[in-house]
Design a protein around this ligand. Sequence first.
Ligand code: S3P
Length: 422
Amino acid sequence: MDLSLAKARRPLQGSVSLPGDKSLAHRAALFAALAEGTSVVRNYPDSGVTRAMRNALEAVGVHSSLDGDILTVAGNGLRPFPNVGAVAYCGNSGTTIRLLAGAVAGTRSSAVLDGSEGLRKRPMDRIAEPLRLMGADVSTDGGHAPIVLRPACLHGVDYTLPVASAQVKSCIELAALGANAPVVLHEPGPSRDHTARMLRAMGAIVVSEGLSETVHPAAVLKPLDGTLPGDISSAAFLLVAAAIVPGSCVTVRGVGINPTRTGVLDILSAMGARISISGERIEFGEPVGDVTLAAGPLHGVEVAGDLVVRSIDEFPALAVAAAFADGTTVVRDAGELRYKETDRIAAIVMQLSALGAEVSEFPDGFSIRGGTLKGGTARANGDHRLAMSMALCGLCVPVSVAGAEILNESFPGFAPLVESLM
Ligand code: S3P
């Protein structure tokens, strides 16, 4: 599918709410599978990646049903999954395969976890190594999926993550629930802490202190009953759309504003957008608010360090803001972008260049000279976030995105929602 958004002939205006956060949705479905009893989760997003988690759970023997946006999961408790040795296909979803691996190890289940060609290229040694240190019986295909897990007794460890990754951290946290002693984790940067928050809400003991955390073994998890906050990662596209069309003012209601995820708001404000948050509340153990962005003249910024971890999924969208800003934006310390749905550093550079922008690539980032993008045809590269980001350029210059159907992996309502603001 080729996608071309219509050029914005006037400022974007309006207020929208969004389907639930994907990171939280993955966790809610999986943790509900480990709970004792039936969980009910509202505002559950139905997209390719969330279906991947539900299908993988079905394969290991945990049934869920989705009625509108209400997910119901019949928990299996912290026992081995019913379907011994099942092959669970995790599609394109890194969160599904890495978190499910932790749950399989922690429940002493046996399963084979596999995925799409793209997922098979992504590094799995980053979870296999710590799981083995805990005593798990894990094998991979040279550090890649398929991952084969067999039942084993797990013990406590003190482990320092080599990269700030919430998927790795969550995998270990889930395995730790079934270990015979506490597991202590240290991470190099503030990756999202949704797993610790949700497990605590379910009765597990997870003690956080700065970038360290202790996870205690658990016997039982309480079922979930709550409403997922809107996805800040999807909101990012609407906020960038408003930021690049002069005079726009857009509100996204009920968005998750967990501080480990709000780097995108900090970066857009540093670039000159005016962002305000109202109606702050807690839902599902997570801070939520209504985020309003009023466009202001955008200028280039430098982004590095912990801010990168706090906005790790938002660089394709932020690159578009940079392309329409005055001056140059430089992103460093972002080498992890090379291990996402695609090598996002190479892909951002290649696609923005295809649209005429002046861009440079570094091993750990990129730079973009604003005001140089002319338009043309970009390719999604099998990456949902790249597809939506490149499409946003079409609000200002003529752009068509080839392979844009991949956006259904995460945000099927993207184009109509952007157009509803025009
Ligand atoms: C996620 C963690 C991040 C992020 C991904 C979702 C999660 O990945 O990029 O989209 O839900 O835990 P890493 O843990 O690989 O940084």
